[in-house]
Design a protein around this ligand. Structure first.
Ligand code: NIG
Ligand code: FE
Length: 416
């Protein structure tokens, strides 16, 4: 099956190679071709170029894209998409003055979501999560990472990862299969019955959960919520070391509320990414500077909880590879809309649209080690694309905040 897109007003994020995350001044470069063609074969990008150099190729389908801009789809490298129900009550409690930490301390928060998930069957959970997957794909996300972490028992953690695996195999209700990476986050919180015996829960994660997850190949990464009242830096290191013995690299939640030294430890342990980073001390910048670990900021979480925004421009200045993701989850970010993340990045974090778009595509692909498959218009990558009409530049996306101005989401070369 081959598809030709001709007369594209502008083809954005075109890169001959894209092996490494972008850093520093590279973040402001967004290479494009005006008046372009794009040739897709069997779902992959086969060729592209200027219409001036275009020689008609035989193709099964030809679309005239006059007046349209095409970009790669967004990559969401941090979500908790598989969850049971919502937490509007806590949202209201926060409006009345309680903090996120206070709600968690009285047994709400993650434990609340875990109790709800415990009661749901795998099929019910799959149906709910699939609706969310449909929705984020319609909003332009064409690659996604999904974490467990609302199970906190052997059975329920497996249930979530099985659902994520089914989503990966079966895709959306309209059979759009997008790349999905799965992350085991058993270390998201201590269940109530382990509050006084943390060691027993850590042992459960390492000796009961991990071996089954590895045996059934249910995860690609391991995650820990390293934070005061959650997991300490030492506990995080033990858990990611145990994951590494099963071939799971780390992507960790750090520095959301406190700087505990987790970044330095995670970078030294070879973490693929460190995520959140709302609170950054000078030694955290030093640990990340020049490292391979991708720093992932989650501005919708800051927006929803009223936290500081991660200091992304300073990170970029200090030679840190920065990505943006949604953090879609029922507690701190009940939205997986990366168009809104894009807008927040520009409006609240003062990122240029070029920086933010690079952080949402190629650098986010690096945060999932999928830079050879997605994140740019590159020969051999998947033709997961976004098509915009009636816009003149990428800046139109954050400018039109709160709206989805994408005209078409193209998955594996198929228009939806
Ligand atoms: O990434 N911070 C830890 N975990 C999630 C939120 C969990 C929840 O409140 O349900 C996050 O923000
Ligand atoms: Fe998260």
């Amino acid at each position: 099956m081959s598809t030709l897109l001709t007369n594209i007003k502008e083809l954005i994020q075109v890169r001959e190679h894209s092996e490494e995350p972008l850093r520093g001044e590279q973040m402001d470069e967004l290479p494009s071709i005006k008046n372009a063609y794009l040739w897709i074969e069997d779902g992959l990008i086969k060729d592209y170029g200027s219409m001036d150099d275009y020689h008609p190729h035989p193709a099964d389908e030809v679309y005239d894209c006059t007046g349209k801009i095409i970009t790669p789809g967004y990559v969401d490298s941090h979500t908790h998409l598989v969850f049971a129900g919502t937490r509007e009550k806590e949202f209201e409690d926060r409006i009345f003055g309680l903090t996120y930490e206070e709600i968690a301390a009285r047994g709400g928060g993650i434990l609340n979501s875990a109790a709800a998930l415990d009661k749901m069957t795998e099929d019910e959970l799959f149906e709910q999560a699939r609706i969310r997957l449909n929705q984020i794909v319609a909003q332009g996300t064409t690659t996604v990472e999904i974490k467990s972490g609302y199970g906190l028992s052997v059975e329920s953690e497996l249930k979530i990862l099985r659902v994520a695996t089914r989503l990966r195999e079966r895709g959306t209700t309209t059979n759009n299969i997008i790349p999905i990476k799965r992350t085991f986050l058993g270390a998201h919180a201590f269940p109530k019955k382990y509050k006084t015996d943390r060691e027993a829960y850590i042992k459960l994660i390492i000796h009961e959960m991990l071996p089954v997850i590895a045996e059934e190949k249910l995860a690609d990464y391991i995650d820990v919520f390293c934070e005061s009242n959650y997991f300490t830096v030492d506990e995080m290191l033990r858990i990611i070391e145990a994951g590494s013995a099963y071939g799971l690299k780390a992507k960790v939640h750090v520095n959301q509320f406190t700087s505990l030294g987790a970044i330095d430890a995670a970078v030294k342990a070879g973490a693929v990414s460190v995520d959140h980073l709302e609170v950054m001390a000078s030694n955290d910048f030093i640990a990340l500077s020049g490292s391979k670990t991708v720093a992932t900021a989650l501005p919708s979480c800051s927006f929803f909880l009223g936290l500081d925004y991660a200091p992304v421009n300073e990170m970029i200045h200090q030679d840190i590879a920065v990505a943006l993701a949604s953090d879609y989850n029922p507690g701190s970010t009940p939205s997986g809309n990366l168009n809104f993340v894009f807008a927040l990045a520009c409006i609240k974090m003062n990122m240029t649209p070029q920086k933010a778009f690079n952080a949402l595509t190629i650098n986010a692909a690096c945060a999932l080690e999928l830079q050879n498959e997605v994140g740019s218009i590159t020969k051999g990558k998947r033709a997961n694309l976004l098509l915009f009409k009636n816009i003149d530049s990428i800046a139109a996306i954050p400018y039109n905040f709160g709206q989805v101005i994408i005209d078409q989401v193209i998955i594996d070369g198929k228009f939806n």
